[in-house]
Design a protein around this ligand. Structure first.
Ligand code: HEC
Length: 482
């Protein structure tokens, strides 16, 4: 853009500028004054914007393959990871991108906090930033379930169970989020809609509020600067700060690319709701919360789950309203800087103690290692297009064989599905029946149903008393489950 831009503009440029005001918009954006000049310390905000854009681009490509249902989610993610060219790299960039966002978010918050950049008519900037933090944590939580592997399933089960501790509305909230009492296809589809439509739309809105109110108040400059009427000589955003911001974005993409290339994100075995041993562990940034929640049970649960987080949240969001002084230098603000440090150190300590507890308990450590082994084994196995025994193929077999179709009705009428799950896929109460046909012959199944083994009786399974014309179809149905 030359100073005499008006004269040198070609026909198209002039037309475009006339219609859109693009030139003045660009000038306004790039000429933002920064009191005290450009600084590396200011790069985190645009780094976050850059990471968010990267998540959108990688997310769009993932969504081209992904199917949000309990039957297909895991298979489609396995397909992306094992079959699609560059699919594993793409998925890794997206998955590690969420960690990168949390790290840069922490740096951005710490910088603006220490510099007192929320002071002097910048309340809205700070509040919108806090909402963005919550929305990003929501993105991380909803995204974690989508691969529908073991850790996704069980971590989200634990995560949504916490909601039911909230009095009166807790159970309602949990069922709203899950789309029922259990985790299933409706849960995947709700989390998908939140992750892809609802939360991103809110993020766009709050980024707009955040950036607009930031530009309205003006850049705050260094901690020694007056936050309302800056006195230091200003430098424009372009070129120095822009170059620094772009340098930081480049650093981010190079680091993300290296991590994604050398340590591709893994995928565990498909979620098995009947597994009672699995120990879910959240993503690192949720570990402190996970550890914290362990300390609150029974009568104190409310204090730990609602009251304390409520107070901490209120203090954080309301910070620019409570802290009205215009003093910005951190060493002159011992109380707020002290509180901020205590919360950060507390979170770090909780995280460390969670890892140490896991390592100190041999049973837990062994189970976690076994889970890692299972994940490695799954990752090394060849891609299987459609899992045998998926409820869909079981249903199709049952429907194509009239006797088995009748058996399916009996299976449901006898409430076998209450314990063994719809289509015999298994639940926490009873094992899956998929594959029993290969395990036992018809006579053995009939004998087991008439006189259940001690273990079946212990599991609450009643003896099945049916006439031959119902027993046969039921057994035919059980044999069709493979
Ligand atoms: C109250 C829960 C419950 C109900 C209802 C129930 N079962 Fe079971 N069933 C179990 C449990 C628990 C086991 C496994 C015990 C063990 O071996 O660990 C089992 C085992 C079985 C097995 C043996 C599976 C194997 O691999 O060894 C068959 C077959 C079976 N059930 C069929 C049925 C049928 C058919 C019905 C409906 C008429 C039914 N069950 C109803 C709880 C139930």
């Amino acid at each position: 853009m030359s100073a005499d831009g008006k004269e040198s503009k070609s026909g198209f440029r002039a037309w475009l500028d006339h219609r859109t005001g693009l030139d003045s918009l660009l000038r306004h954006t790039l000429d933002e004054p920064i009191p005290g000049g450009a600084k590396i310390a200011y790069v985190f905000g645009s780094g976050l914007l850059f990471l968010f854009l990267s998540q959108i681009v990688t997310g769009v490509f993932l969504a081209m393959y992904y199917v949000p249902s309990a039957d297909h989610a895991h298979t489609t993610v396995a397909y992306i990871t094992k079959e699609v060219t560059g699919g594993s790299f793409l998925r890794s960039i997206h998955a590690y991108g969420s960690s990168a966002i949390i790290i840069v978010l922490l740096l951005h918050m710490t910088q603006t906090f220490l510099y007192g950049s929320y002071k002097g008519r910048r309340e809205l900037v700070w509040v919108a930033g806090c909402v963005l933090l919550a929305l990003m944590l929501g993105m991380a939580f909803t995204g974690y379930l989508l691969p529908w592997d073991q850790k996704a399933f069980f971590a989200t089960t634990v995560g949504t169970n916490i909601l039911s501790e909230i009095p009166w509305v807790g159970n309602g909230l949990k069922e709203l989020l899950r789309g029922g009492t259990e985790m299933g296809t409706l849960t995947v589809s709700r989390f998908f809609v939140l992750h892809v439509f609802v939360i991103p739309a809110c993020i766009f809105a709050f980024v707009a509020i955040h950036v607009y109110s930031f530009r309205k108040a003006g850049a705050a400059g260094p901690a020694t600067e007056d936050p309302v009427s800056p006195k230091l000589p200003a430098e424009t955003f372009y070129p120095k700060q822009l170059v620094m911001d772009m340098g930081f974005a480049t650093l981010i993409i190079v680091l993300l690319g290296l991590v994604a290339y050398f340590w591709p994100m893994d995928l565990g075995p498909r979620a098995d709701p009947a597994d009672t041993q699995f120990m879910p562990r959240p993503e690192w940034y949720y570990v402190p919360v996970f550890q914290y929640l362990k300390y609150w049970h029974g009568s104190t649960a409310l204090l730990g789950i609602l009251v304390i987080p409520g107070i901490v949240g209120l203090l954080l969001v309301g910070l620019p309203f409570f802290d009205r002084s215009l003093e910005r230098r951190p060493w002159k603000r011992p109380i707020s800087v002290g509180l901020f440090t205590i919360v950060l150190l507390g979170l770090a300590a909780l995280g460390v103690s969670s890892y140490r507890q896991d390592m100190r308990n041999p049973g837990v450590a062994a189970q976690l290692r076994a889970q890692q082994e299972a994940t490695k084994e799954f990752m090394n196995a060849k891609f299987e297009p459609e899992l045998s025994g998926s409820s869909l193929s079981a249903q199709n077999v049952a429907l194509s064989n009239p006797e088995a179709a009748k058996g399916k009705e009996i299976f449901e009428a006898q409430s076998c599905n209450a314990c063994h799950g719809d289509n015999g896929v298994g639940t926490a109460a009873a094992p899956k029946l998929v594959g029993v046909g290969a395990k036992y012959d018809a006579a053995r199944i009939a004998a087991l149903l008439n006189t259940p083994s001690a273990k079946m009786t212990a599991g609450g399974m009643p003896p099945v008393q049916l006439k031959d014309d119902e027993m046969k179809p039921l057994i035919a149905y059980l044999q069709s489950l493979n």
